[in-house]
Design a protein around this ligand. Structure first.
Ligand code: EPU
Length: 421
């Protein structure tokens, strides 16, 4: 890719990775035929499909006539013949594989699973998942291969999470859907993707209240009363933010169709503080940047705070802003590995514990860099668009895990970018 002129035009935001993977796992809960639409074409959907196929679901992809507008559809058939053993070679490739634990324990009372993989930001424990499930009547043992969970039947429980973990909240909701009695989850995560999961589960017959707040109440229903459903995946706020930050870096004026301002309020407010002009439209956001960006300080927090997944984009924007910004990472202390790559563009960034001090420079210079994970990979792409000269991004398989045609969408906005393999 090479330095890009200001971007213009419109892109449509695909469905959210961090929703669809959990929606797919929810199909374990009831027999029948499911249809998910607005499914992003990303590698993690394929990996999750592989895992669920091992467990006995049948999954077919169907491209729509206008893939950029509608994404793809997934047809998932659950014929009731489900294995509760999740093979190591697939589980190891994706963090969201841990989300089969709740449905399998809730419906079948057993699960054997390797410890989940995913991006390497340092330790990614699952103690909050397990403690909640134990309160509902499950027992776990760790083996050389992974984790074995058993229960003679889950029951409702009052659970207080010691951190609003996204994955734990989702697992506990799915486990509680057909547990006996009422489950109350306090300090629950509130991300829009959790509300999307609850929306789908309710249309399957689940009784869930309070999603989008810190207090969830799930009244267990008989498993036999659950049914399959159709559902449209919520749009991806991190992909939306990526196109917004591309405009921040290159200048220009674009329409980000499908971006939901109510899901990104805090981020939009920080983008505005940095000098961007963002206006809601009937079906998205109009995003414009004219003068130089101004530096701000940023702290990542659980939703509705600034998501850790936005942080590499924000650090990249600060790298060319006027002034100095301090970025504090509160979720994954190890999530600064891409800083070394940003420095290759001439960015002036110093790390101190979980803080990054970013001193804005006038211009970035093209470089050869390696994508260390999904979000950092996308941020390096955005940096490369603004850098003078040529940039080459390697290890782009990380980006493909979570971005649906990033290169094509940016090129359609006028960016000077192509894929060379
Ligand atoms: N944590 C624990 N114990 C647990 C669970 C989490 O200590 O049992 C800690 C984690 O180690 C981490 C923090 O709590 O420090 C947050 O973890 P959380 O469980 O909320 O995250 P997750 O469910 O594993 C999802 C997304 C991530 C995103 C985080 C935070 C999926 C598949 N992944 O992970 O997305 O960063 O929430 O918002 O939904 C990405 O999309 O690139 C990505 C990494």
């Amino acid at each position: 890719m090479a330095h890009s002129d200001p971007l213009k035009g419109e892109i449509t935001v695909p469905g959210a990775k961090n929703s669809v993977l959990k929606l797919m796992a929810a199909a374990l809960l009831a027999d029948g035929v499911y249809e998910l639409s607005n499914v992003p074409r990303i590698d993690d959907v394929d990996i999750m499909s592989e895992l669920l196929t091992h467990l006995g679901l049948r999954i077919e992809k169907r491209d729509s006539l206008e893939p950029e507008l509608d994404g793809q559809k997934l047809r998932i058939v659950n014929s009731g013949n489900i294995s509760t053993v999740a093979p190591f070679e697939v589980v190891d490739r994706i963090r969201a594989s841990v989300n089969v634990v709740g449905p399998l324990l809730g419906r079948f009372g057993e699960v054997d699973i390797a410890l989940p993989g995913g991006d390497d930001f340092g330790g990614r424990p699952i103690d909050i998942h397990l403690r909640g499930l134990e309160a509902m009547g499950a027992t776990f043992i760790f083996t050389d291969e992974g984790l074995i969970g058993r229960t003679t039947g889950l029951h409702g429980a009052d659970i207080m999470l010691n951190f609003p973990s996204v994955g734990a909240t989702e697992n506990l909701i799915m486990a509680a859907v057909c547990a006996v009695g009422t489950t109350r989850i306090a300090n629950a995560a509130r991300e829009p993707e959790i509300s999307d999961l609850c929306l789908m589960l309710r249309s399957m017959g689940a009784d869930i209240q309070g999603d989008g707040t810190q207090q969830l109440v799930i009244q267990g229903v008989a498993q036999s009363s659950l049914q399959s459903t159709t559902h449209t995946v919520v749009s991806d706020r991190v992909q939306a933010a990526t196109y917004m930050s591309a405009v921040a870096m290159c200048g220009g004026d674009i329409h980000v169709k499908g971006a939901v301002s109510g899901h990104m309020e805090m981020l939009i407010s920080r983008f505005k503080d940095m000098g961007m002009k963002i206006t809601p439209t009937t079906d998205g956001l109009q995003v414009c940047r004219e003068g130089r960006l101004s530096a701000v300080d940023i702290s990542t927090l659980p939703y509705p705070g600034i998501a850790t997944d936005y942080k590499p984009l924000l650090v990249t924007m600060l790298a060319v802003s006027n002034g100095t910004g301090v970025v504090t990472e509160n979720l994954y202390p190890g999530r600064f590995r891409y800083i070394e790559e940003l420095r290759k563009f001439g960015a002036d960034i110093t790390i101190d514990g979980h803080h990054a001090l970013v001193r804005g420079v006038e211009n970035l210079i093209g470089a050869v860099v390696h994508a260390p994970d999904i979000r950092a990979g996308a941020a390096l792409v955005v940096a490369g668009l603004a850098a003078s000269g040529m940039t080459e991004i390697r290890d782009i398989h990380h980006i493909d895990r979570g971005y649906d045609d990033l290169v094509g969408r940016l090129a359609r906005l006028g960016a000077s970018i192509s894929r060379v393999h």
